[in-house]
Design a protein around this ligand. Structure first.
Ligand SMILES: *Cc1c(COP(=O)(O)O)cnc(C)c1O
Ligand SMILES: [Zn+2]
Length: 447
């Protein structure tokens, strides 16, 4: 049945096409990025919009391989080429929407939701793209392509996902990490999954340069998001989001961005649903950047007329400490077609927003902190109306960033005053002293 649908790589510059099982990351004619292009006519002919919606709804929660995955539950829209047997999946996706009731109330909002993409196998949304990429590699190996390993440069989460999916498939993986710029959890994940872990004395952009050289040898396949197979998997969050609201499109979606693959994917998912008549309304997409790594924000201020890569400053939001984003052109196109807004957050703003939201039951990574800080700014500034249905994309699980959390609550992050810090009370094992301390704490919380 999957043979009925067809997709190819298509250059975003000159439109040249290449088969999906070709080892290619950029157009051979004009060097632009490729995107996966689906045969929309065929998809339109196969099922009506309401039949597609019903099919996708019927697959949620199933164990029927591979449709129980939030990504492969939309296989026809994502990567129809892969044989079901070759899919490498951990039933990623289908992450919950967290109704941010108390956080929303603080801002006067009633319809604020956080899409918990970090509640996934390796703790970040990177799983959504990696399942597609590694499945396609597995498919290519089965078709006789000579691929010895899959490699990526990473700010931490891509390498964790690559290592896990390759370990599941039994394919060797190689990860290039900037030394001392990722969290302990992110370093230990690829180590545990048996990847070849290379720690380079540079930043992400430096690692990216080396991995692009190394993967010119076609036996080592490149897994960075310039590889548009990942964008296809990540695109499923748009479909999933709308599906979770009974196919109603939200008003605003706020997403943190660094290399800008994820915001491109979000836009691509909505564009495809619009083209197929699955939805008829456009959301506004808001891209949130750390002030210390804000090349797209700078470009936005100039109406996207120019874009200048920068050397990023250190940011707590380490996964978006990127100054030369590979998907910038796709991201600008996505923002332009969805009323795009770009806003930034300082280190203190992102740390406080994450901590304040944690007090309402969340446990946020710093990147989600960036998105939450941007939300606060835009609501207080009247850009996002209080009654708008607004979704914040949470990109990773807070537990991957325990150093950030501990540093905040211990008040040891330079330049951050930690106004919502909550330190443990050090007390003797004495009932009276404990009672006294509790009375004081409870009174303080009432005030
Ligand atoms: C990768 C990542 C991002 C940024 O996504 P891009 O596609 O690079 O813009 C944001 N948050 C987390 C936790 C990530 O791992
Ligand atoms: Zn081209």
């Amino acid at each position: 049945m999957s043979e009925r649908y067809h997709a190819v790589f298509k250059c975003i510059g000159c439109g040249e096409t290449y088969p999906l099982d070709e080892i290619i990351y950029r157009c051979r004619k004009c060097n632009e990025l490729l995107e996966v292009h689906h045969d929309l006519e065929m998809l339109r002919d196969a099922r009506s919009a309401s039949d597609w919606r019903a099919l996708f709804d019927s697959r949620v929660g199933t164990t029927q391989w591979p449709y129980g995955s939030g990504v492969w539950g939309k296989k026809e829209f994502v990567c129809p080429e892969v044989d079901g047997e070759n899919v490498i999946s951990m039933f990623e996706g289908n992450t919950n929407l967290f109704w941010a009731k108390r956080f929303g109330e603080m801002l006067g909002m009633k319809d604020l939701w956080v899409k918990m993409c970090g509640n996934s196998h390796t703790g970040s949304f990177k799983d959504l793209g990696m399942t597609v990429l590694v499945s396609m590699v597995n498919e290519m190996i089965r078709r006789g392509k000579k691929i010895d390993a899959v490699a990526c440069a990473s700010t931490g989460d891509t390498s964790a996902a690559l290592a896990a999916y390759c370990a599941y498939a039994g394919i060797p993986s190689i990860v290039f990490l900037p030394a001392n710029k990722i969290s302990t959890a992110q370093l230990v994940q690829p180590m545990a999954n048996g990847a070849i872990v290379l720690s380079l004395d540079t930043n992400f952009d430096g690692c990216m340069k080396v991995v692009q050289e190394i993967t010119k040898d076609n036996t080592i396949y490149l897994a960075n998001s310039m590889n548009s197979l990942r964008v296809e998997g990540q695109k499923s969050i748009s479909v999933e989001l709308v599906q979770q609201f009974n196919w109603e499109v939200p008003d605003y979606i706020i997403i943190p961005g660094g290399n800008l693959g994820n915001v491109s994917a979000l836009g691509k998912g909505f564009s495809m649903m619009l083209e197929l008549g699955i939805i008829s309304k456009k959301p506004t997409i808001v891209l949130a950047q750390a002030q210390n790594a804000n090349p797209l924000y700078q470009s936005y201020l100039k109406g996207f007329k120019e874009f200048a890569p920068m050397v990023p400053q250190k940011t707590l939001a380490s996964a978006i400490q990127i100054g030369d984003p590979v998907s910038v052109r796709k991201a600008i196109a996505a923002l332009q077609s969805f009323n795009g807004i770009v806003e930034q957050a300082s280190e203190e703003e992102l740390a406080d927003a994450a901590a304040l939201a944690d007090r309402t039951g969340m446990f946020n990574c710093p990147h989600t902190g960036v998105a939450l800080a941007v939300l606060v700014k835009l609501v207080k500034g009247g850009v996002i109306p209080k009654d708008a249905r607004t979704i914040v994309i949470s990109t990773a699980h807070g537990l991957k960033f325990s150093e950030f959390k501990v540093g905040y609550h211990e008040g040891t992050i330079p330049g951050v005053s930690s106004r919502y810090a909550n330190k443990p009370l050090l007390l003797p094992p004495d009932t009276d002293k404990v009672r006294e301390a509790l009375a004081k704490e409870l009174a303080a919380r009432k005030a």
